[in-house]
Unconditional design. Structure first.
Length: 315
């Protein structure tokens, strides 16, 4: 039976990084993944160029049951540290919007970088390799550890002192996502927070969305909000109409806070105070002026409203 200090399951962003650090610290590491291709989620991230970090990031940008986790993680490893690693590998990058850093060429360069870092740490990489059961023994020593895990895999059974589960979230099973990590958590009686989608677009029932499908591709800056008076979350970001619903940074951000059955409020013109301008024009009692004012509004807004009322008339 093969022995390792650490077995890491999942060769995505987290697993590759963890393996490279553990390997370079001198541990005997095996990294195992059941997918045919390495780190598919990195490859598709950021539209293929990966928004790999953000210069303005802080613990406040992370959602979770334990806010102190992000604080201590970011104190030990900052976005600047990752940028230095990217520079060390000669990967070109640029800043896009609000501190977001993207590769100039391709997210594949980050995958190559992480694999090179693993190789530098002498990491054994078993991929593709399906896993079966995991057993813990308090009395079987492994290396300096008095206890060990035994894992049955397609490449035989291995023993390790520590097991890292880095199998990611449940989204996109066709590129490797599975509930393996959740099953292991249940097996070892670890409490699991109920899962729900986050950082996702909103899709609508096809019939309900049909009148808006024509707007697909339209993007405009908006203010988006959800929640009640005491817990409102609000973002000023771009909204994108798609053929299935709404997307863009505004919707991805708010999706992490939205609770099913509650409203999402959109202000399609956060910089012009549209309602005030229209009410003022209406108060002046000049219908033609009101119509003109509305029709002069941002063209994209006029397109949004134009679907429902071809010629805009003040009421
Ligand atoms: C379309 C899209 C765009 C994104 N863009 C960005 C972006 O620009 N910037 C950003 O920071 N984030 C982005 N993300 C999010 C980011 O990709 C993920 O947060 C990140 O890749 C998660 O890394 P991970 O290692 O935790 O999990 P994953 O990358 O999901 O890795 C988990 C690995 O575990 C393996 N695995 C699962 N089950 C098993 C099993 N039973 N046995 C063995 N192996 C198993 C999988 O094959 C996979 O390789 C994007 C996500 C998507 C879907």
């Amino acid at each position: 039976m093969q022995e390792f200090d650490v077995a890491i399951v999942g060769a995505g962003a987290a697993g590759l990084f963890c393996a490279s650090v553990a390997g370079q610290l001198g541990l005997r590491v095996v990294l195992i993944d059941h997918s045919a291709r390495v780190a598919e989620k990195i490859r598709i991230s950021g539209g293929g160029r990966s928004n790999f970090t953000n210069t303005q990031v802080s613990a406040a940008n992370y959602l979770g049951q334990n806010p102190r986790f992000a604080k201590s993680a970011l104190a030990r490893y900052t976005p600047r540290d990752f940028v230095e690693l990217v520079r060390k590998h000669g990967i070109g990058f640029h800043e896009k919007h609000k501190g977001q850093l993207f590769c100039d060429q391709s997210a594949q360069q980050l995958i190559d970088m992480l694999q090179a870092e693993c190789a530098a740490g002498g990491v054994a990489h078993w991929q593709p390799c399906a896993l079966d059961s995991v057993r813990f023994s308090a009395s079987s020593p492994c290396g300096k550890s008095a206890s060990s895990y035994e894992i049955d895999s397609e490449r035989g059974t291995l023993r390790c002192a520590a097991l890292v589960v880095a199998t990611g979230g449940l989204s996109i099973p066709k590129i490797g996502a599975s509930d393996w990590g959740y099953r292991i958590a249940r097996q070892f009686d670890l409490p699991v927070v109920p899962t729900r989608p986050a950082l996702v677009p909103l899709t609508f029932d096809a019939a309900a969305w049909a009148p808006f499908a024509e707007l697909s591709g339209l993007s405009l800056p908006v203010e988006i909000a959800t929640g009640g008076k005491k817990d409102t979350m609000r973002f000023q970001e771009d909204l994108l109409f798609t053929h299935r619903g709404l997307s863009g940074p505004a919707v991805l951000q708010i999706s992490s806070y939205w609770q099913p059955g509650t409203p999402i409020r959109l202000n399609l013109s956060p910089s012009n105070v549209v309602a005030e301008q229209l009410l003022q024009a209406k108060a002046e009692g000049n219908r033609r002026k009101t119509d003109r004012k509305f029709n002069r509004m941002r063209p994209s807004m006029a397109r949004v409203f134009g679907l429902e009322t071809r010629s805009v008339k003040a009421g």
